[in-house]
Ligand binder design. Sequence first.
Ligand code: GUN
Length: 293
Amino acid sequence: MSARIIDGKALATELRDAVAAETRQLVAAHGLQPGLAVVLVGDNAASKSYVASKSRALVEVGMRPFDFTLPAATSEAELLALIKKLNCDPAVNGILVQLPLPPQIDTSHILASIDPHKDVDGFHPLNAGRLMSGLPALVPCTPIACLKLIRTVHDSLAGIEALMIGRSHIVGSPLSHVLLNENATVTVAHTFTRHLPELCRRAELLCVAIGCAEFIRGDWIKPGATVIDIGIDRVTVDGKSRIVGDVKFSEAVEVAGAITPVPGGVGPMTIVCLLVNTLRAACMQAGLPPPAA
Ligand code: GUN
């Protein structure tokens, strides 16, 4: 059997067009052009490339990017001062500080200093707490992207056996709460989890975010399961570099019922979900109803 491939690229294009239409409507009806400040500290090559894709995507849907690139030696006080300014700027509806930050800056101080209403990453403790309490919140982009992809396979997640492998604050932890809020029966596995292959074989929905190339093997997967591969791992084979996921795709595709490819699965949807969150934040700040997208 060969699994259905969940085409994240096509779904992302569809969603991006819907966001662009809602943005045009917001500008026409209320003179409100959503603006997002993207802050990069240092010159990490991967971060630079992610930030460039985010700013490009913003422009494509008619939003306004405010790009800030600060030197690697920036102090915590200097970054806090910039965020304070952005918190007060009415043209800035969202603030994203690209992670990781250099070691002299305490990430938790920075995330907590962002106005929770402008926290399009959903990393502020208030938004994280609201998500965990089942209250409306700005939710991190990757978990929203995963849920939108899962929804193309499952109308309802009530009672489904879900396994989240990975417990990061960016993906694993918030996604486990997103699934719980959908009434899934959620198990979270991490570095210290024992008997991982056996746990995997029970999961009807398997989400993997561990940053370890092709770690999950085909014979760990329950036949017919939905597999969401959140990994973006660079490997070099025969001197050629390519991107793979955390799941061994060639094996998993023969067992799973549906699976996201890497690249072309979760990644493209995540960027569009940042646009959705920016639109949501702009509507919220203007006292308008949340967007349909
Ligand atoms: N670094 C890796 N993923 C993310 C993300 O989703 N948001 C931010 N701000 N930094 C990241």
